[in-house]
Design a protein around this ligand. Structure first.
Ligand code: FAD
Length: 318
């Protein structure tokens, strides 16, 4: 059976959920081979095996420790030479897309970015992309060389399928570009203590209805009562009320949590594009005609400044 390379996204060996989704999708195309770069392979390997990796190729070097993409491209290129895979799957993060694009150039093949599904086709892997806020769906395949496909987070539910996960060292020779860049300073982002937006089981998002940055603590309090991540509509982000990293939608992040609560958000098509696959959708909006209500499982027509604090108190009391 053909093998499929999966680039592992991790933090010090803790495998991030998008990688488990890629392993699940890779199994449709062949036997997943995980490529783990950096420190922490001992922690990661059992998890990768649990989600179907037949082999785990590992390489560790100081070059992998930082946000430097070229060393990772060198490593993936070495893995492609070793395995001759049917495809290379990479998470659709900013870093992942840069790695994938550079790899496709090196391989002289083609790249498909931001796929939301990958299936096996008669002539090779077929990637599905969603265009114009999910108004159109395209299916494409790479016609030359090894397909490199980046897949959006939350495109598949991770399913365990234990495999051997044999750990094998990967020999990597770094090119001049890999060693020509170094990190000179680091600024740590202040942690909110909340889960990562794209990985959270519950997301509470606020929109223009909040009327100002000073009211976002209402959203944060509700989120904290549920152990949720905080999201925002573009209107709220553009107004400077919340950081862009929290934007949900076509030009923000795609989330697919078990529960999505939209507060003071009208439900424009560009917002829906980032949250419509959530399992259960709840909206609080004072306008009963708001388009978000076409999408919801539960809707509350009411003033968010009354509903949200009451809801938070109720949840906290349980
Ligand atoms: P509004 O549409 O103004 O809705 C505010 C809602 O709050 C209303 O429904 C109102 O009834 C309700 N409300 C007001 N006061 C209260 C109250 N006291 N209690 C309860 N409800 C109240 N948008 C995104 O979100 N994400 C994207 O990634 C994105 N990408 C875009 C890309 C492009 C190319 C374009 C053109 C647009 C994009 N947009 C995106 C913008 C999108 O079209 C909408 O403008 C935006 O989503 C509106 O945000 P909103 O729902 O917060 O604001």
């Amino acid at each position: 059976m053909a093998e499929v390379l999966v680039h592992v996204d991790h933090v010090d060996g803790a495998v991030r959920k998008p990688t488990l989704e890629l392993l699940t999708l890779a199994r449709r195309l062949g036997d997943p081979v995980a490529v783990f770069l950096g420190a922490g392979a001992d922690t990661a390997a059992p998890v990768l095996a649990e989600y179907g990796a037949v082999r785990v190729l590992t390489a560790d070097a100081p070059e992998f420790a930082d946000y430097l993409v070229v060393p990772k491209v060198d490593a993936l290129q070495a893995a492609v030479s070793l395995v001759s895979p049917a495809a290379v799957l990479v998470p659709s993060s900013a870093e992942g897309k840069e790695i994938a694009a550079r790899l496709a150039v090196r391989l002289g093949s083609g790249i498909i970015t931001d796929a939301v599904d990958v299936t096996a086709g008669d002539e090779g892997p077929v990637a599905t992309q969603s265009a114009f806020a999910a108004s159109f769906t395209t299916r494409s395949r790479v016609t030359r060389g090894t397909p490199v496909i980046t897949v959006k987070p939350n495109s598949a539910a991770p399913e365990a399928a234990p495999a051997a996960g044999t750990v094998e060292p990967l020999a990597v020779t770094f090119g001049a570009l890999a060693t020509g860049t170094r990190v000179t300073a680091r600024t740590a982002r202040e942690s909110t203590g909340r889960p990562e937006l794209t990985e959270a089981a519950i997301v509470v998002s606020g929109g223009r209805g909040l009327n100002g940055a000073e009211n976002f603590p209402l959203i944060e309090a509700l989120a904290d009562s549920l152990g949720a991540a905080v999201g925002a509509s573009r209107a709220a982000v553009d107004a400077g009320w919340y950081p862009h990293s929290a934007q949900v939608g076509q030009t923000g992040k795609t989330v697919s949590p078990q529960l999505y609560i939209a507060v003071g958000i009208s439900g424009a098509i560009q917002h829906r594009a980032g949250m419509q696959t959530s399992k259960t959708i709840v909206a609080v909006n004072k306008d009963e005609e708001a388009p978000i209500f076409e999408l919801v499982d539960f809707g509350v027509v009411g003033d968010l400044f009354e509903v949200v604090p009451a809801l938070t108190e109720e949840i906290k009391a349980r």
